[in-house]
Design a protein around this ligand. Structure first.
Ligand code: HH2
Length: 288
């Protein structure tokens, strides 16, 4: 059975896995400044876990297009109090969304199990060895440039093939650092150095990224391409996010990073039940 190994934990991948987003940032594009304090953060995380999130992804730095980087100290101030509490109270593993090895180190020491690095180990030269040394899971996400410059780098011939080709060196880097294959997840980076057409094309054609041989995570949640299609603000993109996740699931993605856990988890559970009907691999409930 496929599984994702992370800090001694095993996350089964024989069914869709929802990763709930907990942004402890004042400036994230759709939910910045939402969380009042640690108790509130824990409440939100517990609700997401109850709604079907198998992982909570906590972030202290916005990576929206044009975002200003924050210091490692500031990131840590935002996320560490939550992580220290979460370790004792959350029934699911926590990933930390950071490009900084210093932040990842402290977060892993405080109980996080996964490093979600939108730079795919490229931003901080110490990140790969840290992840290997700690035995953590890792998400290697595709991007070009950094959140400040990526907007100008969205030029592709065939986007899926180029994204996969550019992720391959990140996988090689991870392996060279000693990160085992079953700890690695790859992500095409929806919205990162991607225009609307690229995000849409990628979600519909995951084949080249899947061909790298690792579980695929997608993060379409409330993103700009949905606004372009639907003409609605981020808070009204739940149905669009859900559709994107179901299509990506049917195309082979296994992990879904979203803000709106409940509707996405339900939609994916139904999609999974339909896809696996007759194979006995979905859990049935007794009520009609
Ligand atoms: N998207 C965002 C942040 N982290 N990580 C992965 N692996 N994949 C993604 O697509 C991804 C990510 C951006 O979304 P969000 O966290 O909602 O916004 P912000 O960066 O403004 O906090």
């Amino acid at each position: 059975m496929a599984e994702w190994r992370a800090s001694g934990r095993s996350i089964p991948l024989d069914r869709p896995v929802v990763m709930g987003i907990l942004n402890l940032t004042p400036d994230s594009f759709s939910d910045g400044g939402r969380v009042r304090d640690v108790d509130h953060a824990l409440d939100i995380a517990l609700t997401m876990a109850g709604d079907g999130a198998a992982i909570i992804d906590v972030g202290g730095e916005s990576t929206r297009p044009g975002a200003v980087p924050v210091s490692a100290e500031e990131e840590l101030e935002r996320i560490l109090p939550f992580l220290r509490r979460a370790t004792h109270h959350l029934p699911v593993p926590v990933s930390v969304d950071t490009r900084s090895a210093k932040v990842a180190h402290a977060a892993l020491d405080a109980g996080a199990a996964i490093v979600n690095d939108v730079s795919a180990l490229a931003h901080d030269p110490e990140m790969g060895e840290l992840v290997a040394h700690k035995g953590a899971g890792v998400v290697l996400m595709h991007m070009r440039g950094d959140p400040k410059t990526m907007g100008d780098l969205a030029t592709y011939g065939t986007v899926a093939g180029e994204v996969a080709a550019e992720l391959a060196p990140a996988v090689a880097r991870a392996r060279e650092c000693g990160i085992p294959d079953d700890a690695i997840v790859v992500d095409p980076g929806i919205g990162f150095a991607k225009d609307t057409e690229h995000s849409i094309a990628l979600l519909g054609e995951l084949g080249p990224v899947l061909a790298l041989g690792f579980p695929v995570l997608v993060g379409p949640s409330r993103k700009r391409f949905l606004g372009s299609i639907l003409g609605v603000p981020p808070g009204e993109r739940v149905a669009g996010t859900t559709a994107a996740c179901v299509v990506a699931y049917l195309g082979g993605a296994r992990i879904f990073r979203v803000h709106d856990v409940r509707p996405v988890a339900q939609a994916l559970a139904v999609a999974h039940a339909i896809v696996t009907a007759g194979t006995g691999s979905h859990r049935e409930r007794s009520e009609a």
